[in-house]
Design a protein around this ligand. Structure first.
Ligand code: IMP
Length: 214
């Protein structure tokens, strides 16, 4: 089975391919320039993109996946959020770090709270005339400086929260069985990122919704 993944982001394609390969599903990149609506909700953005792309599918029976994500920083009231792409292109990673310069503490728990942030992803799958939507969240914090060269986008400034034995995220400062030991997503491999990833969580939720539909 081939799944068309509509994105121009090679990093996202690599993560989706890795995820779906374990399910025996082949992912192919679908290049289509959708107009991004001005909305403060990434689900609205993902659904709009899927609607725009459906008429351009090679076959009407094909499956189409759209996934939209953003970085939401607590101290910045959710910024950059739906403006993540634009912010990355304009103020960049250094700009985000600059906005947060005054937010730091010697106490690691307090520091994690001051710099808390989360990645959110919404995955929408179109098949047989129906669209199914699922969300995934990855809590964590913003690093004090850039770290690592893996991944893409905000990966070099985002440190995911540790996970407990069930894969659930812990509070800032809590040590879990799964930990990057302070490394950002930019400092770990794609396979390691999957344990924490908002994208992996959204896709897992999507697949379980599909299973329930039979
Ligand atoms: P998009 O609109 O879903 O493509 O993503 C919005 C912005 O967030 C883009 O600049 C991406 O590079 C960034 N982004 C999305 N997902 C991730 C991620 O997993 N890690 C780092 N940056 C991401």
């Amino acid at each position: 089975m081939t799944l068309w993944f509509m994105t121009s982001n090679a990093g996202k394609v690599a993560e989706a391919k890795e995820y779906f390969s374990h399910l025996g599903i082949t992912v192919e990149q679908f290049e289509f320039e959708a107009i991004e609506p001005q909305a403060d909700d990434i689900e609205i953005v993902a659904l709009s993109k899927i609607e725009q792309a459906i008429p351009h599918l090679p076959n009407p029976s094909d499956q189409l996946l759209v996934e939209d994500a953003g970085l939401f920083v607590g101290a910045l009231e959710g910024f950059p959020g739906v403006y993540s792409s634009y912010s990355l292109e304009t103020i960049g990673l250094h700009g985000i770090l600059k906005l947060m310069e005054h937010l730091q503490s010697e106490d690691p728990v307090m520091d994690g709270k001051l710099r808390n942030a989360e990645f959110r992803a919404v995955a929408a799958l179109y098949q047989n005339g129906q669209t199914i939507v699922a969300e995934g969240v990855c809590p964590g914090r913003i690093a004090h400086q850039l770290d690592g060269e893996e991944g893409f986008g905000f990966d070099p400034i985002f440190i995911p929260a540790d996970l407990d034995e069930n894969g659930n995220a812990l509070q800032a400062g809590e040590i879990g069985v799964t930990s990057t030991h302070g490394a950002t997503f930019g400092g770990i491999s794609l396979e390691e990122k999957q344990a924490y990833s908002h994208r992996r969580r959204a896709l897992t939720s999507l697949v379980s919704k599909l299973d329930r539909l039979g």
